[in-house]
Write a protein that binds this ligand. Structure first.
Ligand code: 13P
Length: 246
């Protein structure tokens, strides 16, 4: 299965910056991995236009669980779809922390995304303190159970899971290959137990200080289906170096 390199721009990307990131991606040529950019909501429609015909996907960074309504400042999954997005990141640790998002809320958003025809990228990951006391697997297991819907109309969960240990996000401290291998194997077994063959095929991305220098090693770990890249996705050169890493 082809690996996916997804860029989470977070709260970065004025028009000029978005153009400088996206421009080189349009002319990247043939790659062995798929590319996805998730700009802030204000740049989604323009990014979709700039990337038309390039094969590079576009996604949102969050959505509301409802399709529409009195929710000032929120954006629904059908709105993202309408703007041309194909994916949406859900349950990122920054949303869990900054906005107090809970597993049941993330599960509802995941169902809303699937119903709107978006592929959800559901994020899970433990804090440093939880890892120190050997709770990493318990925490991630509970997040998977709580955040992923059992099924949705028409079939099993067809989204993507991203393992992002919180202590590795934006810190330059990457998880060791052994830690990534153990957690991705655990996530794979949980997904297979719940979703059967669909769980075997689910892409499991690693995120947390992925850089051009460590990408090849991380992407070679079994059950790593790609990367969710923050800081390094803001420079087209670095993002493409990650996508090409061997
Ligand atoms: P960094 O790559 O900046 O560590 O961010 C990872 C992340 O949170 C991607 O969603």
């Amino acid at each position: 299965m082809r690996q996916l390199i997804a860029g989470n721009w977070k709260m970065h990307g004025l028009t000029a910056e978005a153009e400088s990131i996206v421009g080189p991606l349009r002319h990247a040529g043939v790659l062995e991995r798929d590319l996805l950019v998730c700009p802030p909501a204000t740049q989604i429609a323009a990014t979709v236009r700039m990337l038309a015909g390039s094969g590079v996907g576009v996604g949102g960074q969050d959505c509301h669980a409802a399709t529409h309504g009195a929710h000032t400042g929120d954006i629904s999954a059908p709105m993202l779809r309408d703007a041309g997005a194909q994916y949406v990141i859900l349950g990122h640790s920054e949303r869990r922390q900054d906005h107090g998002e809970t597993d049941p809320q993330i599960r509802a958003k995941t169902q809303a995304a699937q119903a709107a025809g978006l592929r959800p990228i559901v994020c899970v990951g433990e804090t440093d303190a939880e890892r120190q006391v050997d709770r990493a697997f318990a925490v991630v297991g509970a997040q998977l159970l709580g955040s992923l819907p059992d099924s949705f109309t028409g079939g099993a969960f067809d989204g993507i899971v991203a393992y992002e240990p919180i202590w590795a996000i934006g810190t330059g401290r990457t998880a060791t290959e052994a830690d990534v291998a153990a957690m991705h194997l655990f996530i794979r077994s949980e997904l297979t137990r719940r979703f059967g063959a669909a769980g075997q095929a689910t892409l499991i991305l690693y995120g947390g200080s992925v850089r051009p220098t460590n990408a090849a090693a991380l992407l070679a770990v079994p059950h790593v289906g790609g990367a969710l890249v923050g800081g390094a996705s803001l420079k087209a050169e670095d993002f493409l170096a990650i996508a090409r890493a061997k």
